[in-house]
Design a protein around this ligand. Structure first.
Ligand code: ATR
Length: 274
């Protein structure tokens, strides 16, 4: 019997996840089906219950349901609990288990695909919403010298830094500021704001970048985002969020199937399909 999985969101037609998971399944010889499921804005829980009744084994969750998925889960893995958001569900009997692979996916893309270790590096995280929250713990676990969270609404950045202060090795490892207070150059700059969706960029100063900075936008598209163009024009090596997308999918696939796919060729193929 083919095991069934899906990605639930609204909208969902644009999702690249079915193609990525089909490629993982072919590569690893796993017999799975993976499709897109559109849930009505007020019908996420009912949609999940319906999938369980149909024998689905798990689901990815995307915008706008990641917080609701965390609330719906009977049990949360530690990293999902801290992130307050869930992008991966597995259905074990009647139990719904929630996990979050977005942060580990981003870190895998930086460390393995881009070849930039985070140990002792200075990391600037732009934004303090759901996307930013999911990546703080996986970054801290790699032992950076510092992670600075900058946000348009300063108070939200302060809250996020305070939320993860207990996970830091020492108090100076995590801090927060407004964009105008960003000071000095960083080894890694991550755009976790949603500004690229409206073809805008957060007001990060040029001085945050230098030769050797890795600038990564969590968004992806055919063309580089304004953030990527700005960072590149100030000496940074740039990367979009497609690698993160493929890596978070690989981590979800490994959770469900117990086997980790190779991502390099699948990332290349996915890029060609953009
Ligand atoms: P997501 O789940 O994508 O993180 P979110 O939780 O709504 O979405 O968070 C969006 C983030 O992008 C926030 O940090 C937001 O800043 P505010 O907290 O000040 O609202 C940030 N953001 C969105 N558009 C932005 C822009 N044009 N410039 C700077 N920051 C922006």
């Amino acid at each position: 019997m083919t095991d069934k999985y899906c990605v639930i969101g609204n909208p969902i037609a644009h999702s690249r996840s079915p193609g990525i998971h089909a490629a993982f399944a072919a590569q690893t010889g796993q017999d799975i089906a993976y499709e897109r499921v559109l849930a009505p804005p007020d019908g996420f829980a009912a949609t999940v219950r319906g999938l369980i009744a149909q024998g689905y084994r798990g689901a990815n969750v995307t915008v706008p349901f990641k917080l609701e998925a965390a609330a719906l889960a009977d049990r949360l893995e530690e990293r999902a609990r801290l992130a307050g958001a869930v992008n991966t569900l597995r259905f074990e009997g009647d139990e719904i288990v929630g996990d979050n692979t977005d942060g580990p996916g981003l870190v895998a893309d930086i460390v393995r695909n881009a070849g930039v270790p985070l140990k002792d590096k200075r990391v600037l995280l732009l934004g303090a919403g759901g996307a930013a929250r999911g990546v703080v713990l996986p970054i801290l676990q790699h032992g950076p010298a510092a992670i600075v969270i900058a946000n348009r609404t300063r108070a939200t950045a302060d809250e996020l830094a305070a939320h993860f202060a207990g996970a830091a090795a020492h108090p100076e490892q995590i801090s927060s500021c407004g964009f105008e207070e960003i000071d000095g150059a960083f080894d890694v700059v991550i755009n976790a704001t949603s500004a690229s969706l409206s073809n805008a960029m957060p007001p990060v100063p040029a001085s945050a970048f230098c030769q050797g900075t890795l600038a990564l936008d969590m968004m992806y598209g055919k063309a580089p985002s304004p953030f990527m163009e700005f960072a590149a024009s100030h000496g940074a090596t740039v990367r979009d969020g497609l690698g993160m997308l493929v890596e978070q999918a690989a981590e979800a696939f490994a959770i469900w199937r117990g086997v980790r796919p190779q991502t390099a060729t699948i990332l290349e193929q996915t890029r060609q399909q953009l």
